[in-house]
Design a binder for this molecule. Structure first.
Ligand code: CAA
Length: 265
């Protein structure tokens, strides 16, 4: 499929050196700061599914450009819509589908990650930021509130008071504060962000793919369940890895003091 609003870089080969098992997806509506139109979101989900179905791809990096990861849902597309329009067009269907991707997705954020852009970054498995990144849920400034998980995910990520302030004021948070608040995992100079995110993706991509999937599932469970149920879920996924050839290989390789060779089985 050819995409109009995103670019899939796979194999990802900057300077002719391929990053093995890593796909980079770039949001590509620069004139409107990567505003997340319905078409863009459909293409993104389609592309993520393609990556998810490709056994050669182990990790995905989602990024934008220097100025914006994404400045939110497309306000021009949304401005005159009615509740019924939004129900019929299933406005957030793509967002629900995003949650079904089994491989790790790293959001690499330079510039603005606002509204739906911040929500999209938070829908990924982890966020890394360039030092000029700005996060925010400014929907309150245009007469509405976050609709793609901002009130829930931001609150879980940075705590009630900080999330409440950002959502009620529409004020942005800079990269350093996002790091201190736990919204992002690491901050890099903006110009090296993508390369650093790809390095992180490569590290994840060398691990046993089945264990990676099960670990991602288990961490995400922490947002949806009680501690007891989450621990039970984790334990079952832990036991499950012992039915994989990769667990046998990983532990054998450790004992034999050599690198493991994983087959994803
Ligand atoms: N939707 C549509 N177009 C957008 C957009 C958006 N979310 N954000 C920016 N644009 C467009 C602007 O209209 C402008 O287009 P023109 O050149 O045709 O005028 C272009 O992108 C560049 O933007 P600015 O000139 O405004 O750039 P700036 O550097 O002066 O300001 C900004 C940058 C502070 C991010 C500002 O663009 C802005 O406030 N954008 C809107 C942010 C926002 O409110 N996001 C929430 C959207 S609602 C939502 O996301 C709901 C949800 O939960 C799913």
């Amino acid at each position: 499929m050819t995409y109009q609003n995103i670019i899939l870089h796979y194999p990802y080969s900057p300077l002719g050196i391929t990053a093995p098992h890593v796909a980079v997806i770039q949001l590509n509506r620069p004139k409107v700061l990567n505003a997340l139109s319905t078409d863009l979101m459909k293409e993104l989900v389609n592309c993520l599914n393609t990556c998810d179905d490709n056994p050669e791809i182990h990790t995905i990096v989602l990024t934008g450009n220097d100025k914006a990861f994404a400045a939110g849902a497309d306000i021009a597309e949304m401005a005159t819509s009615t509740p019924i329009d939004q129900i019929i067009e299933q406005r957030f269907k793509s967002w629900t589908l995003l949650g079904m991707i089994s491989k790790p997705i790293i959001a690499a954020v330079n510039g603005f990650a606002l509204g739906g852009g911040c929500e999209l970054a938070m829908s990924c498995d982890l966020i890394v930021a360039g030092d000029t990144a700005k996060f925010g849920q400014p929907e309150i400034k245009i007469g509405t509130l976050p609709g793609a998980g901002g009130t829930q995910r931001l609150t879980r990520a940075i705590g009630k008071s900080k999330a409440m302030w950002m959502i009620l004021s529409g004020e942005m948070m800079d990269a350093q504060s996002a790091l201190e608040s736990g919204l992002v995992a690491k901050v890099f100079p903006a110009e090296t962000l993508l390369a650093e995110a790809v390095e992180m993706a490569k590290i994840i991509a060398t691990k046993a793919p089945v264990a990676i999937r099960l670990a991602k599932e288990a961490v995400n469970k922490a947002f949806e369940t009680s501690l007891k149920d989450g621990m039970d879920f984790e334990r079952r996924n832990f036991f499950l890895t012992f039915s994989s050839a990769d667990q046998k290989e990983g532990m054998r390789a450790f004992l034999e003091k050599r690198e493991a060779i994983y087959k994803g089985k």
